[in-house]
Design a protein around this ligand. Structure first.
Ligand code: ADP
Length: 475
């Protein structure tokens, strides 16, 4: 753990194992923190806030810029840590480190653009001035699927705004968090401004974050169930909350789209990170006239995806995070099969050779998925592409919106008017129009409905860490 500028073990002396999901082998033991450690970290962040909030935007910007440079210098080291701990192929891990560093760079720039406002008054003797000030101590909880970028996406804007931070990373990926902290510390973040509490059991730490009066803001990325529970607890203490939660992205292919191009895009985005992404397509609606061509290309390409250790050249499908994840994917696929879906490829756990000791599931294409199946509503977080045929645009839009989630949606069409109708009609926060990568540190990321609250990245990302102060001056 890292509290008040010092690396430490847990006071209890307890540790927990971090394992490699591709092999099941233990990598390292990490400090197992508890509510007392969280309290100490919050106190440290509270004390450090008293001076950090008075630093200039230019000082904070320079530190974040240095952190960006250091992270890029260590890109391969961080990527290797990620592949070992989280499982994604090394090339994808390199891309994620770049993406994570992008948030440091972006917010080093945004730090200097925290503008206020003057507002004309109806009274000649009055002036209104609006300031944006740092909200205070930020408690952050991050997931394992993007274990570097989900940290910088929160810590970057928090530091830029002048906030101090206590981070609890996912229990599956604390080593990436430790490496990110080393970068930030070396870049010059002062003692107490960032604090790291690692733990096997997240509950007592989450409770402390939600109830401790010194925490002014909770930022969470993870499942909708946990986010809803934490937001509810934090609401009782009137804390600012942002949540980036689950998704169930529709991927829509219209009759005027090139079905082969769309299928290539579908394969690329669906199987990224072995489907363990909140913006991963979970329902592929394909116009009946394009179905054959789409399925042929998709299935051909999915059959070629190689599963294995992320360190092996040519591997595209890493392991799932744990046994529970494999069981969930298997349950959804079996349920769909039982209700009439056709398995075009995959559909089983992979156990050949070395794969048997890891958590591998075969990349899978399911056709004929319908609303009676669990996979139609539940987030899969695994390598399964469920395909559904449709006949008309209005029906497809209604089906796409028929979900409790509202994070990402994808549309393939060459008709500009249809593209605009979909862009306006989809009830989601992120829409890719003929684009499978609608994410960037410069663009607001976040969901509607049960996919969350608030936005990360972009101009909005800084605003999440600021409080508005209005001054009325009588002159
Ligand atoms: P996933 O299903 O993707 O693992 P979770 O929501 O369980 O998503 O985990 C995301 C993050 O939330 C992790 O850091 C995890 O430790 C944390 N978390 C899970 N349960 C709780 C809880 N009850 N209180 C606080 N944090 C939690």
């Amino acid at each position: 753990m890292f509290i008040s500028g010092a690396w430490s073990e847990a006071k209890s002396g307890r540790t927990f194992a971090v394992t490699n999901p591709a092999t099941g082998e233990e990598i390292e033991q990490v400090a197992d923190g508890d509510a007392e450690a969280a309290r100490r970290a919050i106190d440290a962040a509270h004390d450090a806030f008293q001076s950090w909030k008075h630093t200039t935007a230019y000082e904070r910007s320079a530190i974040l810029r240095k952190a960006y440079d250091l992270m890029m210098e260590r890109q391969e080291h961080l990527a290797r840590t990620m592949t070992e701990e989280q499982g994604k192929p090394l090339k994808a891990a390199m891309t994620e480190v770049q993406y994570g560093a992008d948030y440091l760079l972006w917010f080093s720039e945004e730090a200097k653009r925290n503008y206020g406002e003057t507002i004309p008054s109806a009274r000649a003797d009055q002036r209104f001035i609006v300031l944006q000030q740092p909200v205070g101590v930020v408690a952050a909880i991050t997931p394992w699927n993007y274990p570097v970028s989900m940290i910088t996406r929160k810590v970057g804007p928090a530091l830029a705004a002048g906030c101090t931070v206590v981070l609890k990373p996912a229990e599956a990926t604390p080593l990436c968090a430790i490496e990110v902290f080393k970068v930030l510390v070396e870049a010059g973040v002062p003692d107490g401004v960032i604090n790291l509490v690692t733990a096997l059991d997240p509950k007592p730490i989450g409770d402390e974050f939600c109830t401790n009066p010194r925490v002014r803001k909770l930022t969470f990325t993870g499942s909708t169930a946990v986010g809803r529970m934490l937001a509810g607890k934090a609401a009782a203490h009137m804390k600012r909350v942002s949540c980036e939660l689950g998704g169930h992205a529709p991927f829509m292919v219209f009759k005027d789209a090139d079905p082969v191009h769309a299928a290539k895009g579908a394969q690329a985005v669906k199987f990224l990170n072995t489907g363990q992404a909140c913006i991963s397509p979970n329902r592929m609606y394909v116009h009946r006239s394009a179905e054959d061509a789409f399925l042929t290309t998709l299935t051909e390409r999915v059959k070629k995806l190689k599963a294995g250790s992320g360190f092996t050249q040519g591997v595209a499908i890493g392991p799932l995070v744990n046994e529970a994840a494999v069981a969930k994917v298997a349950r959804q696929v079996d349920d769909a099969k039982g209700k009439g879906a056709e398995v075009l490829t995959g559909g089983m756990r992979l156990t050949d050779g070395d794969l048997g000791s890891g958590h591998f599931y075969a990349p899978t294409v399911l056709n004929g998925v319908d609303p009676s199946m669990d996979i139609y509503r539940e987030e899969t977080f695994g390598p399964v592409a469920p395909v559904i045929a449709f006949d008309d645009e209005e029906e497809a839009l209604a089906l796409a919106n028929d979900t409790e989630y509202g994070l990402a949606a994808y549309v393939y069409t060459r008709d500009i008017a249809r593209a605009m109708r979909m862009f306006e009609g989809l009830e989601f926060g992120i829409i890719g129009i003929n684009d499978i990568n609608p994410t960037s540190a410069a663009a607001p990321f976040g969901g509607w409905k049960n996919s969350g609250l608030g936005r990360e990245g972009a101009r909005e990302g800084l605003g999440e860490y600021l409080e508005t102060k209005m001054g009325g001056f009588a002159i």
